[in-house]
Ligand binder design. Structure first.
Ligand code: FAD
Length: 311
């Protein structure tokens, strides 16, 4: 028997186990530092688990930015539709939301994870929780901190599925980076890819508008532009549209120390029409009434026009 050790029991590790366990002559052990598996996956299901998107494949692939060429061939082998079918095989139906995103009908990750673990256990995958991987022994065996003390495990092949470096309390803390660097493995440093951003709102704007959504809106950073919505927070901005633009925002801040997020507050109205509508006489209307009546910009959208915000 060939023994394969998978370290990390998030969706990546579980999927690796699923691929390996039917192979004859392979025994699969999966290790995780946490007391139970798939904790981040479960957290992902709390706000409504978005499993994929229904948009045409070329647009979907383009979302992977500079990694699109590598990801495209993976998605050819297992794309959004295949993922939906795979989930259906676990007895979980999915639906396409108004935004085109795909969700399990119950919106949660827990029923999916439960069914998946049941299937993997039934297929013979051995689970070892509370096993924190610490690196290697001189003889190549794996070192784990386990409840009974340090244990060493020999494996014929190792798959590392350790997640990134966010939400450390759910298990993925990025502590594996130095372990690989010490072994001479080239590692791209972990960077935030899906995050909110700080903005220095004025006290007035923060008190009045924190918690409010800006929608619909088209947001652009450099060449990248997308319609959707996001939220004003006490300290900045967050939400789906911001996450979609996180990478170019992050890159601009790393490069220039700041980033400019350009907002089209009146999507669907051409610039010419906007100019013509706003050029109509204001009469006795205040500026805010004029904006609201002529082009439908009011509330937090109108306030954002007068707000000077710095990152
Ligand atoms: C609030 C929130 C909402 C999200 N919403 C969505 C969503 O709607 N849709 C979506 O697709 N994604 C969503 N995500 C992202 C999704 O959860 C992750 O992309 C996914 O979990 C990554 O899977 P992974 O298996 O690569 O890593 P992880 O799920 O992070 O799993 C890595 C595992 O490795 C273990 N591990 C790490 N280091 C060690 C070690 N040294 N020894 C042993 N074990 C170790 C960890 O305990 C963990 O269980 C969300 C994430 C968060 C935090």
């Amino acid at each position: 028997m060939l023994r394969v050790a998978i370290i990390g029991a998030g969706p990546a590790g579980l999927m690796a186990a699923e691929q390996l366990v039917p192979v004859d002559g392979v025994d699969v052990d999966i290790f995780d530092a946490m007391p139970s598996v798939g904790r981040k996956f479960l957290m992902a299901g709390k706000g409504g688990m978005n499993i994929t998107h229904s948009e045409p494949l070329p647009a979907f692939v383009a979302r992977y930015g500079s990694r699109s060429p590598q990801i495209a061939s993976l998605l050819d082998a297992f794309g959004p539709q295949a993922l939906r079918e795979w989930i259906a095989g676990l007895g979980i139906a999915t639906f396409v939301g108004t935004s085109g995103r795909v969700f399990p009908t119950e919106m949660k990750a827990a029923p999916l994870l439960r069914a998946w673990l049941h299937r993997l256990r039934g297929a013979g995958v051995h689970f070892h929780v509370r096993h924190r991987w610490l690196g290697w022994q001189a003889d190549g065996s794996l070192r784990f901190a386990a409840p009974q003390g340090e244990v060493w495990v020999q494996a014929d092949a190792i798959i590392l599925a350790l997640g990134g470096g966010s939400w450390a309390r759910l298990g993925s803390d990025g502590a594996w980076v130095p372990l690989l660097v010490e072994r001479g493995v080239p590692v791209v440093l972990l960077r935030p890819a899906n995050c909110g951003f700080d903005v220095a709102w004025s006290a007035y704007f923060r008190e009045r508008f924190a918690g409010q959504p800006i929608k619909p809106v088209i947001a652009s950073v450099g060449q990248k532009s997308q319609q959707g919505e996001f939220n004003i927070t006490e300290n900045g901005v967050e939400g789906g549209l911001i996450y979609a633009l996180s990478a170019p925002l992050r890159d601009a801040i790393e490069r220039d120390g700041q980033a400019t997020l350009t907002l089209d507050l009146a999507p669907g109205r051409s610039l010419e029409r906007l100019i013509s509508d706003l050029s109509k006489p204001q009469g006795r209307d205040s500026l805010s009434n004029h904006l609201r009546r002529r082009v439908g910009i009011d509330g937090v959208k109108a306030a954002s026009l007068g707000t000077k915000a710095n990152r």
